[in-house]
Design a protein around this ligand. Structure first.
Ligand code: ZN
Length: 285
């Protein structure tokens, strides 16, 4: 009797675990089918007009990638909450332009649509944020103006004026949405350290070698005050380097390849695409 009771008690956690795995598997399957359904739906005409009017990169994409982006946008908008802050009203233009720029990064990546967070907070323009850090015994609070930020396992925060500027000008090398969502890709394998998940295990060694060397070059250029196609903010940390080079890769591909061919090759393998295929400025500057 006592032995039977022990077996019964032991089997409870096993049954709970089995039930949890079953439900989790069922949810993954359900989500997969929902994504496939959403990806196959035609983009609403209003969304298409917004892309054509405000996001010129969309019109330059090859047909196959345009269709993929349209599908990704619909899944993204279904899975993320885009919320206004500072009295900002969220319209379909806001939703579509954030989704389109974020999903450009995952056009060809076997994707999970930026897991681990749900909320995107949007201020009307550059906003003021406080941050605290310790300096020895002191706790120091610093105030800075920001165009965007990405909290690890937390929300993405964006300033709409920069989001719109980034959508309209896809050649200046600056894109706050791509920058913040590059941070989100970076954190998919835990740390935000400039090392995202790569498509194959064999790529990590070369990625680390090339990125470390290139990051060192950028730090030296920053110290010497030398200019580069990569914005100097990329030299502040490996995480910022990955995010800043992502912006350059998508917006100035010819220039990046001309000045940093090995780095460009690594990013092509990471994103599984080549932005030169739709870039209309062919010559490095
Ligand atoms: Zn950053």
């Amino acid at each position: 009797m006592r032995q039977t009771l022990i077996y019964c008690l032991l089997s409870i956690p096993i049954l709970v675990m089995a039930g949890w795995f079953y439900l989790d598997k069922r949810n993954v399957k359900k989500r997969k089918w929902k994504r496939i359904t959403l990806q196959a739906q035609p983009l609403p005409a209003e969304y298409l007009h917004i892309l054509q009017a405000e996001f010129p990169l969309y019109s330059r994409l090859p047909d196959e990638l345009q269709q993929k982006l349209a599908g990704h946008i619909q899944v993204f908008l279904d899975e993320k909450d885009i919320l206004g802050r500072g009295g900002f009203e969220i319209t379909n233009t806001v939703r579509v332009l954030i989704a389109a720029q974020a999903c450009t990064l995952i056009l060809n990546r076997p994707g999970n649509y930026y897991p681990g967070f749900r909320s995107i907070l949007v201020y009307p323009e550059t906003y003021v944020a406080n941050s605290t850090h310790r300096d020895g015994m002191l706790q120091v609070t610093a105030t800075s103006t920001r165009a965007g930020e990405s909290w690890q396992r937390g929300p993405v925060i964006l300033a709409w004026d920069h989001v719109l500027q980034g959508a309209r000008d896809s050649r200046d090398g600056h894109n706050v949405v791509m920058h913040e969502f590059a941070h989100k890709l970076d954190e998919e394998n835990a740390a935000m350290d400039g090392l995202p998940l790569l498509p194959t295990a064999g790529q990590y060694k070369q990625w680390s070698e090339v990125l470390s060397a290139e990051f060192g070059i950028q730090q030296q250029k920053l110290a010497d005050g030398d200019e580069d196609v990569i914005d100097s903010y990329g030299a502040t940390s490996p995480a910022e380097f990955f995010a800043v080079v992502t912006e350059t890769f998508f917006e100035k591909p010819y220039q990046l390849e001309h000045h940093h061919p090995q780095l460009y090759a690594q990013f092509k393998q990471c994103y599984l695409l080549d932005p030169k295929d739709w870039c209309d400025i062919k010559h490095p500057r």
